[in-house]
Design a protein around this ligand. Structure first.
Ligand code: FES
Length: 174
């Protein structure tokens, strides 16, 4: 009897300690997953546009979505038609494609091929050019451009500046 209640007490004590430990680790894990309060509250991502290399795709993140950043070479800029130029984001004289990196067909993440300056979506074979236009269906429209504003040599995603507002007005992006 005495043994039983002692075992019961030990069990409760051990359970309580283990419980506190589990809550503590869950709290620590959650803290490490959470974005910084300022970023979370504002929903902005600021990109330093001076760090990118020409014709090298970098995938950034904004509001949980992949963001394709592609700095264009002078040759890529020169051979663009007017529709492609309309999608350029120009920061400090350099031209970039900055798009949400999700295929507009069913949302896969296409891969960039620097040799043919285009994207291929492995899911159903869709292709996009380096301005984000569809080269080959099934995608029905080009990559979407996230709201952005240009501040010096940085690009702030999540804030609609005049260049983005113009793009929307001209149906360059959704
Ligand atoms: Fe990209 Fe279907 S999801 S082609």
């Amino acid at each position: 009897m005495e043994n039983n209640s002692r075992r019961g007490f030990m069990g409760i004590a051990f359970g309580a300690v283990a419980g506190i430990g589990a809550v503590g680790s869950l709290y620590a894990m959650k803290k490490s997953w959470d974005p910084l309060p300022s970023v979370k509250a504002a929903g902005f991502t600021t990109l330093d546009m001076t760090i990118y290399n020409e014709n090298e795709l970098v995938v950034e993140k904004w509001r949980g979505k992949p963001i394709f950043v592609l700095k264009k070479t002078a040759d890529m800029v020169a051979k663009q038609d007017d529709d492609m130029k309309a999608r350029d984001i120009v920061v400090d004289g350099s031209h970039y494609m900055v798009c949400i990196g999700l295929c507009t067909h069913l949302g896969c993440i296409p891969a960039y091929n620097a040799d043919n300056e285009g994207f291929v979506c492995a899911c159903h074979g869709g292709e996009f050019d380096y301005a984000g236009f569809v080269r080959k269906s099934p995608p029905g429209r080009g990559f979407d451009i996230p709201p952005f504003t240009i501040k010096g040599t940085t690009l702030v995603l999540g804030e609609a500046g005049p260049e983005f507002t113009d793009m929307k007005a001209n149906a360059v992006t959704l």
